[in-house]
Unconditional design. Structure first.
Length: 451
């Protein structure tokens, strides 16, 4: 731009006026300056608007706490405290107390801003400030932590307003001996608390709703002893094994606190889309082999999860994956001896593929090149004959449908350049089986003799 100004000066008009170039430069400078001023004003406007909205949200949060405090501490003419049961019996409500002129359960409109007010009530049965999920079975006289969270549209990076208070019912209002408390702790893949996660507890007759607090702990009080199913209800979330709504059972005992152990793991499901490769000139079986994902934490399924192809798809979509921070070892084939860390290969498990919660990631795994020759009894190459591969007896542990793979047909020289997962195999043409051979990650040759 400085260069443009210099040039403009060199061609200044003889009458002393401004050249067209000088005028254009001046206009450009004015536009840039105007844009900068506009950006500053816009930022200031947004900041002021958010500040006003936050003040309104703070007023609504204080208002809601005062309303629930008055209800909790209210005394009926007969001396009873029905407000305690009302507050405890509605532990998670949205927009519970509308302003005059508003519509019940709808956002509270103040100054043209629609605010959403969320009220959560959590029993603290192990004592004030102590998470019930930290263990123990003794029930202290319960306090109730009331948290009010207020949000509004177009918050951007502004945090919601959160206010809380502790309410304690008088002795005798809550019959602790007639209540059983169940505590459920939920952790993310990173090991941090899973906050504000919906949880339901049911014995088949009654169902209670709860929500995890800042410590990832959800507490429910029930008045009937027996076995309950605890179900997590996140959207697009899974446990270690891809279960979207895990539902462990727990036995509730009146007068006691029971913690579901171990803590439940639950996070956004990840997906790994696997494509097979091989050496140049070597074909991939169709349908594709299965693919195995390994992680030592998958103890209930032998440390692996196995996924197969869908129809003639060339990519295997391994969905519903728990995003282990240690990742997955990925290899082709479902059979136990396909694992590169197992016999007969005695190699090392593939480097881990790490998936973030909710991520969808492509990856490739390499099959081993195999050159199969089909000859007749006289040793003459057999052209255009179909070849399959099958697992020998004693090597089928863990195998899925890919223990038999369709490989293709031989070429004009009686060869079929194909690919297989690691492990022991036999090539087959018609009723003729070749000798067992081991695929160990390096190109392999074998031969089948047909009558």
């Amino acid at each position: 731009m400085i260069d443009l100004v210099t040039r403009a000066r060199r061609v200044r008009r003889s009458d002393g006026g401004f050249t067209l170039i000088e005028c254009m430069v001046a206009v450009m400078l004015l536009m840039i300056l105007s844009s900068a001023i506009f950006a500053v004003l816009l930022t200031a406007f947004k900041t002021t608007r958010n500040d006003r909205a936050r003040v309104g949200a703070s007023d609504l949060a204080s208002r809601e706490l005062e309303i629930v405090r008055q209800l909790f501490n209210s005394v009926a003419p007969d001396g009873s405290r029905p407000g305690v049961a009302t507050v405890i019996g509605t532990p998670h409500v949205t927009n519970p107390d509308q302003i005059p002129g508003g519509i019940a359960t709808q956002p509270l409109n103040v100054g043209g801003v629609p605010y959403t007010v969320q009220r959560d009530v959590e029993p603290q049965v192990a004592g004030p400030g102590v998470s019930a999920c930290d263990g123990g079975s003794l029930v202290a006289h319960p306090d109730y932590n009331v948290t009010v969270t207020v949000r509004w549209p177009n918050m951007g990076g502004t945090r919601p307003v959160v206010n809380s208070t502790i309410l304690t019912p008088p002795k005798g209002v809550i019959n602790d001996a007639a209540t059983a408390y169940l505590a459920v702790k939920v952790k993310t893949a990173a090991g941090t608390p899973s906050v504000s996660l919906p949880v339901t507890v049911s014995n088949g007759v009654t169902t209670q709703n709860a929500s995890t607090d800042s410590a990832g702990c959800a507490v429910v009080g029930v008045t009937t002893a027996g076995t309950y199913t605890v179900q997590l209800n996140g959207t697009g979330m899974v446990d270690y094994y891809g279960t979207s709504n895990p539902a462990p059972s727990v036995v509730a005992t009146l007068g006691q606190l029971t913690v579901v152990t171990p803590a439940l793991n639950y996070d956004a499901a990840a997906e790994l889309d696997v494509t097979f490769t091989s050496d140049p000139g070597f074909a991939i079986p169709s349908p594709r082999p299965y693919v195995t994902l390994g992680n030592v934490n998958l103890s209930a399924s032998g440390g692996v999860r196995i996924f197969g192809p869908v129809g003639a798809a060339t990519v295997i979509a391994a969905k519903g994956l728990w995003p282990f921070t240690t990742g997955y070892a990925v290899w082709p084939g479902s059979c136990a001896d396909a694992n590169p860390a197992m016999a007969p290969t005695n190699g090392s498990t593939n480097p881990a593929t790490v998936l973030a919660p909710g991520a969808v990631m492509p990856t490739t795994v390499k099959l081993t090149a195999v050159d199969i020759t089909v000859v007749n009894g006289a040793g003459a190459p057999q052209v255009g004959v179909a070849v399959t591969a099958t697992k020998p007896v004693g090597s089928t542990t863990g195998c899925q449908a890919d223990q038999t793979l369709t490989l293709g047909v031989t070429d004009a020289t009686g060869h079929l350049k194909t690919s297989l997962p690691n492990g022991k195999w036999q090539a087959k043409s018609g009723a003729s089986l070749g000798p067992a051979f081991s695929v160990i990650g390096t190109p392999t040759t074998t031969q089948v003799s047909v009558p």
